[in-house]
Design a binder for this molecule. Structure first.
Ligand SMILES: Cc1cc2nc3c(=O)[nH]c(=O)nc-3n(C[C@H](O)[C@H](O)[C@H](O)COP(=O)(O)OP(=O)(O)OC[C@H]3O[C@@H](n4cnc5c(N)ncnc54)[C@H](O)[C@@H]3O)c2cc1C
Length: 446
């Protein structure tokens, strides 16, 4: 376990031992090079290779597979696109909001089916999702969202009142919830490594500890420079998520924003008896700075969210934030007072990729030889897997219902350069904090 403990970026990464893969040593010639070994890169490699068994594919990962958000997240396989349905409808129109939700439903089902069909070992369970109202204001917000969902024809989402909710999960802070059975939970690091095994079996070459330092055109082809070799490729997929700003082609499409998680020791039987939660649903609240929480396979409570950390410049070293960790530990006990005194086993954070309008973007960067996918914000576990299918279609030049969706090849709003960017970020976060304070404080709230 020694090697793994030192390099773990989340508790998930300690739940299985995986031998490190090779790094690139020497030059390489491939049909497709995929930069980034998270869910986006891994799923894209899978769908490409499934369609084109002879295609030479290399995945190049800076650190190790699952090092990014994919090995650190809450593990919710869920339907939320962007921030909320209402915001998506406002920004892209109601028809696109409905299309986005259908895409996400398909994404959730695609991931569930892949896990089953390929026997991806990731402690998968399918308990459904609750978005809980923790004040009267949030109750109204959630009910408005459900009304909108029904108005635009979305099924499978209903309001459950406080009494019915208490039969499922008991917290004094709950006034009712959005209930959506279509949601799974999984161990994201195990999923990454299962993908790594399946792809290797399928003949995809995976190189860890191989950061791509430069991407350049080379006639009709592309050239990727790494410390120990040059990769020549016909096509490249940038699956670099929150690190995408290091590539000039994507520099202003997204910003990295860090979300943070705390994890308890396994809950005791007496705690579970008091809380209920026998069906183990994934839970979020309805704040702008959402809390998300769930049980792990061994009944630890994982809670993330509450606030975020942002970068000032290009730096990527904001995984740890003691103030947010302390706040989350308090929030666990405020939500479930019987956990007062529980020991916390771990804490970590990771970067998500955030475009100005907080909605995903993918497509061609320049010509059709360079494909990118980013901007899944905090809701990419399902999305990245279906985006892998979509990215594969883009690489293969196939027009499909997936490549026709509105966020493929959409015009993104560029983040402005500093100091304007810093001012914009401060204003957006300031407004979200203000709104949360206002909505937290209404009568009926905790
Ligand atoms: C703490 C946290 C909790 C979250 N919880 C949830 C959740 O419960 N449900 C949900 O749906 N979503 C959640 N998300 C979001 C979700 O994890 C992401 O949207 C998703 O994992 C993104 O996958 P990806 O493959 O696009 O990016 P990543 O997993 O971030 O992968 C990008 C990879 O690219 C590599 N890379 C970058 N630059 C280079 C380079 N130059 N050369 C080579 N490699 C490079 C990085 O090392 C990294 O491994 C959460 C995210 C975080 C951080």
């Amino acid at each position: 376990m020694g090697e793994q403990q030192q390099t773990a970026t989340s508790w998930w990464m300690t739940t299985r031992e995986v031998a490190p893969g090779p790094s690139l040593a020497g030059d390489l010639d491939v049909d497709v090079a995929i930069v980034g070994g998270g869910f986006t890169g891994l799923a894209t490699a899978y769908f490409l290779r499934r369609d084109e068994a002879a295609m030479r594919i290399a995945v190049l990962e800076s650190e190790r597979i699952g090092f990014g958000a994919s090995g650190r997240n809450g593990g919710f396989n869920m339907t939320l696109f962007g921030l909320t349905l209402g915001i998506t409808a406002l920004r892209f129109g109601k028809a696109n909001a409905a299309a986005a939700h259908h895409y996400m439903e398909r994404a959730v089902d695609t991931l569930r089916d892949l896990v089953h069909d390929l026997r991806l070992d990731c402690d998968y369970e399918h308990p459904g999702f609750l978005r809980v109202a923790t004040s009267e204001s949030y109750r109204s917000r959630i009910q408005r969202e459900i009304e909108l969902a029904h108005k635009i024809g979305l099924l499978g989402i209903e309001w459950i009142d406080a009494d019915r909710l208490a039969q499922e999960v008991r917290s004094q802070t709950y006034l009712g919830a959005w209930w959506e059975p279509r949601c799974g939970l999984l161990n994201p690091a195990k999923l990454c490594w299962s993908w790594q095994e399946r792809l290797s079996e399928m003949g995809v070459s995976i190189y860890e500890r191989t950061p791509v330092q430069e991407l350049a055109r080379d006639g009709q082809r592309l050239r990727l420079l790494t410390a120990n070799g040059v990769v020549h490729a016909d096509k490249v997929v940038l699956a670099t998520n929150a690190w995408s700003h290091f590539f000039p082609q994507l520099r202003r499409k997204q910003l990295p924003v860090w979300t943070h998680i705390v994890l308890t020791e396994p809950l005791e039987a007496k705690h579970l008896a008091e809380i209920g939660w026998q069906h183990r649903q994934g839970i979020e609240d309805a704040r702008d700075f959402v809390h998300y929480y769930r049980l792990t396979a061994d009944n630890r409570l994982l809670m993330g969210g509450r606030d975020v950390t942002t970068a000032r410049g290009m730096e990527m070293d904001h995984d740890l934030n003691d103030e947010i960790f302390a706040g989350l530990r308090r929030d666990v006990v405020e939500t479930f007072p019987c956990l007062d005194g529980i020991r916390f086993a771990d804490q970590w954070g990771g970067p998500v990729s955030v475009p100005v309008d907080m909605a995903p973007a993918m497509g061609y960067a320049g010509d059709h030889n360079l494909v990118y996918s980013l901007g899944c914000v905090g809701h990419g576990v399902s999305l990245t897997h279906l985006n892998g299918r979509t990215a594969a279609d883009l690489v293969l030049g196939k027009k499909s219902d997936l490549t026709d969706i509105f966020f493929v090849n959409r015009r993104t709003i560029p983040w402005p350069p500093n100091p304007l960017r810093a001012i914009a970020v401060k204003a957006i976060l300031g407004y979200m904090h203000y709104e949360d304070r206002k909505m937290d404080a209404r009568p009926g709230s905790r």
